[in-house]
Ligand binder design. Structure first.
Ligand code: SF4
Length: 106
């Protein structure tokens, strides 16, 4: 499982720039560049007061990442095999405002 660093600090699952969700899904089935990927698991903290109260635990540095971006060299059978990845999008309002910065086209 990749080590995940996440700069999307207004996501309900973000805890000290780590992800407390346990697993995420990265979208971008036809992506050829990083900007065409996104974290489909993003949930705006302001829109998720109930989930917010349920995710007060620590973030995990290493989590399972399912990924649709099959043209990424780290993608094997829609799972991410990178050692570490970084998700960006500090001012995200929706999933499409986030990006997997670690995408590398084959
Ligand atoms: S590094 Fe590649 S395979 Fe891993 S989550 Fe990002 S886009 Fe998907």
């Amino acid at each position: 499982m990749p080590l995940l660093s996440c700069m999307v600090t207004n996501c309900v699952y973000n805890k000290d720039e780590l992800c407390s969700k346990g697993d995420i899904k990265v979208g971008g089935r036809d992506a050829k560049v990083a900007d065409e990927t996104c974290c489909d698991s993003f949930r705006d903290r302001a829109d998720s007061p109930v989930i917010n109260s349920m995710t007060s635990g620590c973030g995990c540095s290493s989590i399972r990442v399912d990924c649709e971006a099959c043209s990424c060299k780290f993608n094997e059978d829609e799972k991410c095999t990178a050692r570490e990845i970084s998700i960006d999008g500090p001012c995200a309002d929706r999933c499409e405002d986030t990006v997997c910065e670690s995408f590398r086209c084959r």
